[in-house]
Design a protein around this ligand. Structure first.
Ligand code: ATP
Length: 649
């Protein structure tokens, strides 16, 4: 913890602690009553019966304070009492000189009456009662809650500081309403540049313009051009949205505020809006600058009727309203440019996307073969690879992978190689990393009975055989019955890179997915629970075919797909009960037909199915050459444009 990090807060904290300790010490010392404590017997014999007592004061019903007559001040028995103690030094107003504890006023008075029984009434000593409050005892009840509150606040402050990591947030509760955006300035600017972002050429072109504008606004403004206030980067997870924003920070050489949409959200009402205000205030002070809001859907979700039911969205909505207002509030060429990233542009409020706010949208997609190649190039820069590592091959093996997946594969491969102390990372490490990323860690230790193993082998062989004999399915690469992650076995395909899929392709895919279950029924006469994942996939795909793609003749050319995402929370469906029934019926029909087709193929090739299952039981993995030996040469309708990667069923 360095002193620069929380300078004032910490010094303030220590001051309070020292102050409280000093107060405690002061009160404790003050409370030490320096009057000698005596016993009842000494009081009775030495003082009461000798007539030395002037009066007795009962304090708080439990302490008797004894005042000795001043003419006894020279008496050797009491000399000390007159010399010591803060209250005893003044002879004009002496005492109390001694004290002792009494059980109760009643018992004290009884004993006193008994002791003075032989004295005439006018010589009896005077007893007075008083109540006294010790400062310390008064202070204690509220000192503890105070200390507790203080430490709780401090703890909360440190936790929120830790979670945001923001130097601006400060560790105190009073910074709740402050923006938690991290500011990256020239000195500590992000080391990421456009060179670190592979592919995404169009996107880079768009954001490069922003960098140019911020560096030289006159070039644009003198022609009357307006630079967009906000840029929304949209794309699937891991496609490099955050990376692109960090590269803008690295390139633009202007201050860069970085925060996530969820940082606006706090459990207290009004905090989000106040953080938005604070963010824009700080940004305007630093203009020209860039503000990057990651995962903006956390605050930017469409304001809608669903808040009527939950009421929970009020805080988010007021935050969003504030964001909309702030984005309107700064001038077009004021030099504050807001970048935002989301995976779900469909759920964003339309007001956020209108011109004048986030008017420029950059769509990032999963990288193409060429882009994957350059992403591999970027991530292999720091990895010592063996000569057999072919980037083109790796890029071919990874269609549908995002940049983050590729970065993960490179790292996994290096970890695998390091684990067995290799000098370089070779092709096999990359293939193992690929298997691991796609299907999870190999779990050879999982206990599987021989009957279970047999069911798994036939299930996977079923997938392999059916997809082999269907012309429009993806080519099969290998089949394995090694448990990995959550799966017990898998058939690995090399899907082609396609933009659209035809009805035939999708129907055949359903048959290939249902083939494991069909094989189980054919061989064992019953189904197992192992086909859960397949069933989930086929149900989803069949619904998409019927409800979204308009493939069903009975439903006709209709699609109930909602690209705006606004129907998500609607109670009323946009179709009648009759249509819903028809949809369910047709989905069942589609799946029934697909299943029948699988079973027909398996019955026709039962021998090959058994042969493949036996081979799987013997070797655990069967590769393409052996598949070809067992199943014969595969007939493919059309060679896909580009063969690539692992996808598993
Ligand atoms: P999310 O939506 O989940 O936040 P994202 O789109 O913001 O994901 P990033 O955080 O930018 O994804 O990317 C994650 C990692 O993936 C990066 O740190 C980088 O290592 C790698 N990566 C993604 N795209 C690329 C790319 N085009 N070039 C190089 N590396 C990339």
């Amino acid at each position: 913890m360095n002193a620069d990090k929380y300078p004032q807060a910490f010094q303030g904290g220590w001051l309070v602690i020292v102050g409280v300790l000093a107060l405690i010490v002061f009160l404790s010392v003050k409370d030490l009553y320096p009057v000698e404590e005596i016993s009842w017997q000494r009081f009775e014999r030495q003082m009461l019966l000798t007539g030395a007592v002037d009066r007795v004061l009962i304090v708080n019903n439990n302490e008797a304070r004894v005042f000795i007559k001043s003419n006894f001040s020279d008496d050797t028995r009491f000399k000390d009492a007159f010399r010591t103690g803060p209250l005893s030094t003044d002879k004009i107003n002496p005492g109390p000189h001694y004290r002792f504890t009494i059980g109760s006023p009643e018992s004290f008075e009884r004993k006193l009456d008994l002791a003075q029984a032989n004295l005439p009434a006018d010589q009896r000593i005077e007893v007075k009662y008083t109540a006294e409050h010790s400062l310390w005892m008064d202070f204690l009840p509220w000192l503890f809650p105070l200390l507790l509150l203080f430490f709780l606040f401090r703890m909360y402050g440190s936790v929120s500081q830790g979670s945001t990591g923001s130097p601006g947030a400060g560790p105190s509760i009073f910074s709740f309403g402050k923006s938690t955006a991290r500011l990256i300035e020239e000195g500590n600017k992000s080391p990421v540049t456009f060179a670190d972002v592979a592919g995404l050429e169009e996107a880079k072109l768009e954001v490069r313009e922003i960098c140019d504008f911020l560096k030289d606004p006159a070039r644009y403004t003198k022609l009357g051009a307006r630079i967009p206030k906000g840029i929304m980067i949209v794309g699937p997870p891991g496609t490099g949205k955050t990376l692109l924003a960090r590269a803008v920070a690295g390139e633009a050489r202007v201050p860069f505020f970085n925060l996530s949409g969820s940082e606006f959200v706090e459990m207290f009402v009004g905090v989000g809006a106040s953080r938005v205000r604070d963010l824009f205030r700080r940004a305007k002070e630093k203009a020209p600058c860039i503000v990057f809001i990651d995962e903006i859907d956390a605050v930017g979700r469409s304001r809608g009727r669903n808040s009527l039911y939950t009421g929970a969205n009020d805080e988010r909505e007021s935050t969003l309203n504030q964001l909309l207002t702030e984005m309107d509030g700064f001038g077009t060429n004021s030099g504050v440019i807001v970048l935002a990233a989301t995976n779900r542009a469909d759920v964003l409020d339309p007001a956020l996307l209108r011109p004048g706010r986030f008017d420029r949208h950059i769509y990032l997609e999963l990288p193409s073969m060429l882009e994957r190649k350059s992403i591999f190039n970027v991530h292999l820069k720091n990895i010592r690879t063996a000569p057999d590592v072919d980037i083109e091959f790796l890029a071919g093996q990874t269609p549908g992978f995002s940049g983050a997946d590729i970065a993960n594969i490179c790292n996994e491969a290096a970890l695998i190689a390091a684990r067995i102390s290799k000098v370089r990372v070779d092709k096999k490490d990359f293939m193992d990393a690929l298997d691991r990323v796609v299907a999870g860690l190999e779990k050879k230790s999982r206990i599987i009975s021989s009957h279970e193993k047999k069911i798994i082998a036939y299930h996977e062989a079923g997938h392999a055989v059916v997809s082999w004999f269907l012309a429009h399915t993806d080519p099969l690469l290998k089949v394995s019955v090694i448990p990995r992650g959550k799966t017990l076995g898998a058939a690995w395909y090399l899907p082609a890179e396609r933009q659209i899929r035809t009805q035939t392709e999708l129907t055949e895919h359903l048959s290939a997915l249902l083939a494991g279950r069909a094989a189980e029924e054919l061989i064992f006469g019953e189904f197992s629970s192992g086909a859960l994942d397949d069933l989930e996939k086929v149900t989803r795909e069949a619904y998409m075919m019927v409800v979204y793609y308009g493939f069903n003749p009975k439903l006709g050319h209709v699609s109930y797909f909602d690209s705006t995402g606004r129907q998500e929370n609607m109670i009323q469906k946009p179709f009648s009960d009759e249509t819903a029934r028809l949809m369910d019926e047709e989905v069942r029909n589609v799946l029934q037909q697909a299943f029948k087709r699988s079973k027909d193929i398996l019955m026709a090739h039962r021998l090959q199915l058994e042969q493949l299952a036996e081979s799987l039981l013997a070797h655990e993995v069967v590769y393409q050459p052996e598949l070809q030996q067992i199943l014969g040469k595969r007939e493919v309708m059309e060679e896909p444009v580009r063969l690539s990667a692992y996808v598993q069923v």
